[in-house]
Ligand binder design. Structure first.
Ligand SMILES: Cc1ncc(COP(=O)(O)O)c(C=O)c1O
Length: 427
């Protein structure tokens, strides 16, 4: 499609956008009385207006029923978490029995490593991407130390080539091949948090399996953003947070995927608790653990129902719209944002560079922009003028126009603010 850098053209795109009405279903922060241009749905998604209703419902049930709410609430609490699997399974491309919601992301990755990182003999290494999200780095190093190994020896980082912004799939596959039978686990962020690069999860998973390793994915930046087919790709396990593209609220619960081939396997250990116990017998308080037959066997504690309320509200919207429609809008709005960035770059002296892959198949919602020179001043200018982005050292702003609530006019308006910010900067 041929784009134009004009308000009229952006408004025309909005008028043709089937998802445009959803914008009204979210609450926008305001700067000087005006709705912000919100580019940080990859960090914390906006609040769906329906979230409060879900929380109120739980609060009211608690007030009126007390403990009886576990079984007699509008949506009973004891199995509240089970409402998530069918909806989440569609988002991550899984069978509902392979998915559950519990805890938070790093905690879940640790718990999944209990099952899928069991180094022994020669096989003790973990392959990950260089400069993985810090929590993942801390998690991997602490797991390795817990098992008595030295992180410097056990953790193998895939590197980018000198002067390149993104990882090459062939380099990842070559590294997996090189580590070979020493590789116990491949664990990578499915979408890189810094650049927005989407990894070829299918090929990497296959390569990991070929050397006899388990393969897991941190899908923090992928879930609700890109197309996922975890079952078809034969992924062993994955976990994601829900507060980014899934708009569930700060610090909210994580989802996990555990391939069905590992359900009911006695040789796959896990840490257990009563919420993973056979639900028909859970309240008989028997001494011996009987696992649920599916991913729910990995559940430990009773669910944080108040937190799950907004997450469920958000998933209802995902169910209504579906990932294909979200991805179609995402592709268009990201392409328009990219076009606007290039247009502004032409109008002012070149000051920035998009470090996210150009190929739409290798990126999702996020464009990361490297601001050469006095980047932080421009970042502050944008924030002061109602454009909410985030800053990543040394000089990067990340722009994620979430398909649910960002408009094409936002992209045009952003371009004008960016241009004014650059032109008003003292040379
Ligand atoms: C890629 C990635 N992994 C892990 C985390 C940590 O998530 P949590 O604090 O929910 O454990 C984040 C948080 O932003 C993330 O972006």
């Amino acid at each position: 499609m041929k784009f134009e850098n004009s308000r009229e053209f952006a408004q025309k795109l909005d008028s043709e956008d089937a998802l445009a009405p959803y914008r009204e279903q979210f609450i926008f922060p305001k700067v000087r009385g005006k709705k912000v241009i919100y580019f940080v749905g990859n960090s914390l998604g906006l609040q769906p207006k329906s979230a409060k209703k879900y929380v109120d419902e739980i609060m009211n049930d608690w007030a009126e029923l007390g403990v009886e709410g576990h079984f007699h609430a509008e949506k009973p609490w004891w199995d509240y978490h089970e409402r998530f699997a069918p909806k989440l399974a569609k988002i991550v491309g899984a069978n509902p029995e392979e998915v559950t919601v519990m805890n938070t992301l790093t905690v879940n990755l640790h718990l999944l490593m209990v099952s899928f990182y069991r180094p022994s003999g020669k096989r003790f290494k973990i392959i990950c991407e260089e400069k993985a999200f810090p929590s993942d780095q801390y998690m991997l190093a602490s797991q390795v130390r817990f098992h008595g190994y030295d992180p410097d020896e056990a953790i193998v980082e895939i590197k980018k080539r000198e002067g390149e912004n993104n990882f090459r799939t062939e380099d990842i596959l070559a590294k997996i091949d090189e580590v070979g039978e020493k590789c116990a686990l491949v664990l990578i962020g499915g979408v890189n948090y810094y650049t927005g690069q989407v990894f070829n999860m299918q090929k990497i998973t296959r390569a990991g399996h070929e050397v006899g390793a388990f393969v897991g994915w941190d899908l923090a930046h992928a879930a609700g953003n890109i197309e996922l087919k975890l079952s078809d790709w034969n992924v062993d396990f994955a976990a994601w947070c829900s507060y980014k593209y899934m708009n569930s609220g700060p610090g909210n619960a994580s989802g996990v995927f555990i391939n069905k081939k590992y359900h009911n396997r006695k040789d796959i250990p896990r840490f257990e608790g009563w919420w993973g116990h056979n639900k028909a017998r859970r309240f008989l308080m028997e001494p011996e653990f009987q696992p649920e037959p599916d991913a729910n066997a990995w559940q430990i504690s009773n669910a944080p129902v108040l937190a799950l309320g907004p997450y469920l509200a958000s998933l209802e919207m995902f169910d209504e719209v579906g990932m294909p429609a979200l991805i179609e809008k995402r592709n268009k709005i990201v392409a328009y944002l990219e076009y606007i960035l290039h247009e502004i770059d032409k109008e002012v002296e070149s000051t920035f560079e998009i470090i996210t892959p150009e190929n739409p198949k290798e990126r999702g919602t996020q464009l990361s922009v490297f601001l050469h020179g006095e980047g932080k001043e421009i970042f502050r200018y944008l924030m002061d003028h109602g454009v909410i982005t985030d800053w990543r050292e040394p000089n990067v702003i990340r722009l994620a126009p979430a398909a649910f609530y960002c408009s094409f006019e936002d992209m045009y308006e952003f371009g004008q603010i960016l241009k004014n910010g650059i032109l008003s900067k003292p040379k």
